[in-house]
Design a binder for this molecule. Sequence first.
Ligand SMILES: Nc1ncnc2c1ncn2[C@@H]1O[C@H](COP(=O)(O)OP(=O)(O)OP(=O)(O)O)[C@@H](O)[C@H]1O
Ligand SMILES: [Mg+2]
Length: 273
Amino acid sequence: MNTVLNAAAHADVPPPRFVPGPPGTHITIRGLTKYFAGWPLYENFDLDIPKGKIVSVFGPNGCGKSTLINMIAGLVPIDRGEILFDGKSLKETKIGYVFQNYREALFPWKRTIDNIAYPLLLEGRSKAEVDRRMDELVASFDVKFDLKRYPYELSGGQQQTASIMRALAPRPEVLFLDEPFSALDFEMTLFIREKLQEVFMQTGTTMLLVSHDLEEAVYLADEILLLTKRPTRVAEILAYDDARPRTVETLSQASFVAAKKLSLEIFQREVRR
Ligand SMILES: Nc1ncnc2c1ncn2[C@@H]1O[C@H](COP(=O)(O)OP(=O)(O)OP(=O)(O)O)[C@@H](O)[C@H]1O
Ligand SMILES: [Mg+2]
């Protein structure tokens, strides 16, 4: 009897209504809640991430930038909430992830080429398909080093290039990058940044990039997502829509300087709060 009553009572309570994002939204995050050791990091956090854009995530140390992208990518479990990709679950979505620490990201016992092809083999692709995709990747990255070498035989920049190629190999709908340049020297950073921008212009893959370098965050972004200190909220989302490819000249353009200045002001306001 009670069971019937309870079921009837439940039937009267409508499920929380899902509020879609504006047109062009790719990822919708609703009511995201995450606690670590009893302390809230995110509480009822909502966010819309646009499709086919690069969103740079920037915010105070320890505010949860990595945790945010890791929750979206399914690497860190969430306590509550919903994350959908074009209305689909993560399971139905193809994603790629580039880790900060390239040294631990590639399999040391596999040649570089086999590392890059690995996700394609997991997908069950035929040898012909894998070879075709590898040729495309090598061409679009203009790879000058020998992919038959093992990762430890490559420079850091070459390893990170290989990591990005591996992440892109299966043509992910979303690419996550957590400080992908922070362990690289300046020359390599510039090189890979340009490659990433080229690939983005070719593919239009939605990218979520965490960067601790504000200039880089703005330079690569269509949107800069500025976060507060924890419990973390969106401080502001700034649009930055200068034409691509962005170049050294971009850095001195008034629109770039203004976007960087505004981002810095918001960041400082949040750090001092
Ligand atoms: N597994 C965990 N267990 C407990 N606390 C955690 C865990 N992972 C992250 N945290 C805490 O959550 C907060 C956010 O961590 P996160 O690494 O996401 O921040 P971040 O913004 O990426 O930091 P950084 O700027 O240092 O890269 C930090 O206070 C961190 O100590
Ligand atoms: Mg981090």
